[in-house]
Every structure is written in C-alpha cells, then in structure tokens.
Design a protein around this ligand. Sequence first.
Ligand SMILES: Nc1ncnc2c1ncn2[C@@H]1O[C@H](COP(=O)(O)OP(=O)(O)OP(=O)(O)O)[C@@H](O)[C@H]1O
Length: 367
Amino acid sequence: MSYLAITELQKYYDSYHALRGINLSIKEGEFVVFVGPSGCGKSTLLRTIAGLESSSSGSINLDGRDITELASSKRDLAMVFQSYALYPHMTVAENLSFALRLAKVPDEEVKEKVRSVSASLQLDPLLERKPKELSGGQRQRVAIGRAIVRQPKVFLFDEPLSNLDAALRVQMRLELARLHKKLGTTMIYVTHDQVEAMTLADRVVILNAGSIEQVGTPLELYRQPNSRFVAEFIGTPKMNLLPTENMIRQENELVFQLGAGEIRFPTARISGPIPSSIVLGIRPEHMSLSEEKGELNGRIELIEHLGSEAYAHIQLSSNQTIIVKVSARSDIKDGQLVNINIDRDEMILFNESDRVISLLAEEVEDV
Ligand SMILES: Nc1ncnc2c1ncn2[C@@H]1O[C@H](COP(=O)(O)OP(=O)(O)OP(=O)(O)O)[C@@H](O)[C@H]1O
C-alpha cells in the first residue's frame, strides 16, 4: 500500500517547468533515492514534498492525509541538508533537543530521546561541543540525529554527504544504511552520485528534465534499463554504446558491421517491427578478450588497473572505443591487437528514439 503518494505533481518557477507531472508511490519503510543529472529537478521534488516549495498543481498524500497545502512544520517530515544547518550558538545536545523543547515535550522525555539518539550515532563525547568544534562528518551526524529525535514519518535527505571526503562518505553511507535498518522509517534521499543511489536504495527514481525516466530496484535499472539515458546513467564504467551505421538485414539475422568485425543478431528475438537504425548496448563485463577470432577486433589503448579488476580501453577497427572488463592478472599490454567476444544474451538494443527494443528470449532448438 502506498504510504507517500505523489500524483500529477507539477512545478513551475515562473515560466520554467521544473517538475512535469510526477507520479510516484512510496511504501512505508522504503529507502527511495532520487538520482539524475544536475538540474533534473531532484531537489525541487524533495523540497516540494517537504513543503519548502509549493507545487503548481497535483497532490501529495502522506499516510492517508492530503498534505499538499500543509505548512512544512505540520507535515511530520524531517529534512537533512547538505549544509547541516545546525544552530551555531547551541551545543550538540541543545541542537538535538531544540525541536522537542519547541514542541513542549516534557523534560524527562527530551533527555531520554537525546540520550538514545546520541548513543546510536556515537555522539556522547561531543554533546557539549558547538558545531564549529566538530568535523564535517560529526556535524552531519548531529544533523541526522536532530532529524531522528523528532521521530518523523519520513526522512528527507538532500545530498547529505556531498561535503564530506571520499572515505567519510563511504563510512556515513554505511551508517545511514544501518540506521535505516534499525529505525525502519521511510527515507527519501537525493543524490547525483549513482554509486550512492545503487548502494543505499530499495528503489531508485531516475529523473530527467523534470520527469521520471524510470523507477526500479538498483538491479532492475542496471539489467533492464528502458532507455539509453538510464543505461548510460547507471553503471561504472558506463555501458558501451555502439551506433551501427552499417546494419544489414539478412533472412534470419541482423548483421551489424563494426569495422572489420561484425555482430550477428537473430531477427526472431526482436518483438515488433525492426527499426531502421539500432544502437547496441553492451556492459564491460559482458565482453571478453579471445585468442581466437572474435566478433570484434581492436587495439588496446590503455589498461585501467583497479586492484581487484581491470578495464581495457580498446579502439575498434571501426574507430569506436569500448571498455572491456578483464582479469586483474591479465598480461595484455597497451598497443596489443585483440579479438573480442560478446555475450549476445546480455546485449541491449536501442531504437532511433533511444528507447529499449523489447527482446524475446533466445529460442532453444528442439533436439
Ligand atoms: N528558486 C528557483 N527559481 C527558478 N528556477 C529554479 C529555482 N530552483 C531551481 N530552479 C531550476 O529548476 C531546475 C531544477 O532544479 P533542482 O535544484 O531541482 O535540480 P537538481 O536536480 O537538484 O540539481 P543539482 O543536482 O544541480 O542540485 C533547474 O534548472 C534550476 O535552475
């Protein structure tokens, strides 16, 4: 059942159409991440849910209540910002208890809640310090703690980790995942970092120019993107995309010519009409280098060693560059000529409008 339901939400900043009819249903306890390139509307959507921006039309329902027109403070949501937004003149303890005291929560209850949050976020040694005496990670922890004490229905995070260094980001990401497990509260998290999105989310919402491009679990988006936009956005290194100028249609096969190489694809697997041009999408791990003749061939430009794995950047004889995952122990060298095999079952095909062409499973011949 939907806990937070967003229906036909539109947002204009004067004449600029920032949200273009958002429909989204979030379940209680879900960790949902909004991700997308800069300016796609992630923060606007989050801030509209929070009530910090008004919507131009559409509705937002939380736990059976229409909150579209409700003041931000009455929505039972807590927001954590990238900038921490702590009160500089207050100690950590005062920052944590401020909202509760404002709400006239009895003293004993305030103390108990602050104690519990402080213990779970390891803030005990810092309680008497002021924000300026804390590191970035500690400040962000206090900001999260301040949201938790209020026991909101939904937590809203706007790029909360982007001011932290790489190591601290990873650590805080784990802490957030643990916190979500422990509290079980619905969380909505905005980031432009797809790794953060993939590792934290139960479901990822990919936004593109004010519209939802696709919603799915991280694996669904990785394995079954429905557009070239999603395919390119999710995955590091990116999916290889090969526009095929020479596509020959034979009786039972499409033959994509790429320089001296070619990829054959059975037409029977394409459901519906065959587009006049096709872009092939292949992830780096779905190709392998081969001693014998492969479907494609090229020259190694560069090997990128990441320790546990390596990526070969290869210039094809068609002049396109692709990335192939290779063994970290591989002894291939820059400049070497290589053959490349492709796992055809893992290939994704895009039509002229950059949408995925739906494919049927490969037919198994009767023996
Ligand atoms: N107050 C405002 N007035 C006018 N235009 C705005 C306002 N706030 C945002 N916009 C515009 O709306 C669009 C969406 O902005 P938003 O901040 O939601 O993007 P975002 O996806 O969060 O981007 P980023 O990752 O860069 O923060 C942008 O083109 C932005 O310029």
